[in-house]
Design a protein around this ligand. Structure first.
Ligand code: ATP
Ligand code: MN
Length: 414
């Protein structure tokens, strides 16, 4: 386009005066351009112009002598559309490092940092890939309510709120709905926000997080582990191929993980921990320290399967050969839990007695239990924490970095 006249708009990243010339770097979502402002009143035009102001430039494309640009736009006219304040609360170019709190307090501005923007472009492409994989496997995307009338899975970690004259809760997962939907739709998935009223101060817990959930009729837990493995591998393959600029901005190289993911039973994991000097009884839950130890042995992705029934929610199916164990799994990335899933009970009598066993009141589950009398197919599913997956994909430890406006016990604004 050398010699062509153009009009470009964007954000001023840098302003430099060189004698009578003014050099501007202008950025928009497609990239960065150098503007050389010439002419009598070029100085006058940029008076009061601050970094990150929004301008419109009219000019002509010419070859550039600059190190970073092959071409530039020579202009004698800019229009200032919006003036940004000076100083800004954070340096959006990232030359001056800001701590995460200051960045989150100015998140909209933080996104002008190419590194931050790259995270959310990757997140978009990961979602595109997930939808593609699941759609190709005949899963249908659904939306279930987040405002719910009864504490669906039990547990004390529900946010409650006033719902006119009634009490309502924010959904902690789509569990009951997605199971019911296997009756009519067989294979469903949902990507949505869920809420947990837990005062966790970790780099992997938020009070509002995004989950990818699936539920499938006529699948066993090993079938849905296959689906999960495909979803994950496709995300890595798709973003490795389609997101080179983002990888460069984040200084990462996304690689397709090797398959199949290892499948280790809970029993085997306990034995391995025993060899590492950690004595656990069958039935003990695996604490953070235990998972960290296991993560040292099993790098990358692996499944932990066949957990004790007593550690699992009421809807999980027992194993035929050992009813104290369950047809369940977690997907781990090193120490980090990414997903939980399993085969569900589809027999209403068993389901009701499991509710009672776990100290839950079947009356509160009447709506759900009723659906089990209408021809409930055997079914399995999982929930995958998208934010945690993104932190693995981007190699960024703190899940707050990969969520636009994270919510934790301390943070409710902006
Ligand atoms: P954890 O033991 O790590 O607290 P969990 O077992 O309570 O997780 P599940 O109920 O199994 O979580 O939810 C399924 C997935 O959703 C988890 O594997 C995780 O990836 C994600 N997830 C759950 N809770 C949170 C949270 N508070 N913040 C971010 N992601 C979460
Ligand atoms: Mn879990």
């Amino acid at each position: 386009m050398e010699g062509k006249n153009v009009v470009v708009g964007g954000w001023v990243e840098d302003i430099r005066e060189l004698g009578k010339l003014i050099f501007l770097t202008l950025r928009d979502v497609t990239g960065v351009a150098q503007i050389v402002l010439v002419g009598e009143d070029s100085l006058k035009q940029t008076k009061g112009l601050t970094k990150q102001s929004v301008i419109k430039v009219t000019g002509m494309i010419q070859k550039s002598k600059a190190r970073d640009f092959a071409y530039e736009i020579k202009s004698n006219k800019i229009d200032i559309l919006t003036v940004a304040i000076h100083p800004l609360p954070i340096d959006p170019i990232g030359r001056l490092e800001s701590n995460i709190d200051n960045r989150l307090n100015a998140r909209a501005l933080d996104l002008r940092n190419q590194k931050t923007a790259a995270i959310f472009k990757l997140r978009h492409h990961a979602l595109v890939s997930i939808r593609k994989t699941l759609t190709e496997k005949s899963f249908l995307e659904v939306n279930t309510p987040k405002l719910i009338g009864s504490a669906s899975e039990g547990g004390a970690n529900l946010f409650s709120l006033k719902y006119f004259e009634k009490q309502a809760y924010l959904a902690q997962s789509p569990q009951l709905y997605k199971e019911q939907l296997t009756i009519g739709l067989e294979r469903v998935f949902e990507i949505a926000s869920y809420y947990r009223a837990e005062k966790s101060h970790t780099i992997r817990h938020l009070t509002e997080f995004t989950s990818v959930d699936i539920e499938a009729a006529f699948m066993d837990y090993s079938d849905v582990m296959d689906v999960l493995e495909s979803v994950i591998v496709d995300v890595f393959e798709y973003t490795a191929k389609n997101c080179s600029a983002e990888q460069k901005a984040l200084d990462i190289e996304i690689k397709k993980p090797s398959i199949p993911f290892e499948r280790i039973t809970y029993k085997k994991a306990i034995e391995e921990l025993g060899c590492d000097g950690i004595k656990l009884e069958a039935g003990d839950d695996l604490q953070d320290a235990h998972l960290r130890k296991l993560g040292e042995r099993h790098l990358g992705f692996y499944f932990l399967t066949d957990w004790p029934m007593k550690l699992k929610p009421f809807y999980i199916h027992e194993k035929d050969d050992d009813p104290s164990l369950s047809r369940s799994f977690d997907l781990q990335y090193g120490y980090l839990e990414l997903s939980s899933g399993g085969t569900r009970l589809h027999n209403p009598v068993k389901l009701k007695s499991r509710l009672i066993e776990q100290g839950l009141n079947p009356v509160q589950f009447e709506d759900h239990l009723r659906a089990f009398d209408w021809g409930m197919p055997p079914h399995s599913g999982w929930g995958l924490g998208l934010d945690r997956l993104m932190s693995v994909l981007t190699n960024i430890d703190n899940v707050r970095e990969v969520v636009l406006y994270p919510r934790d016990p301390e943070r409710l604004f902006p």
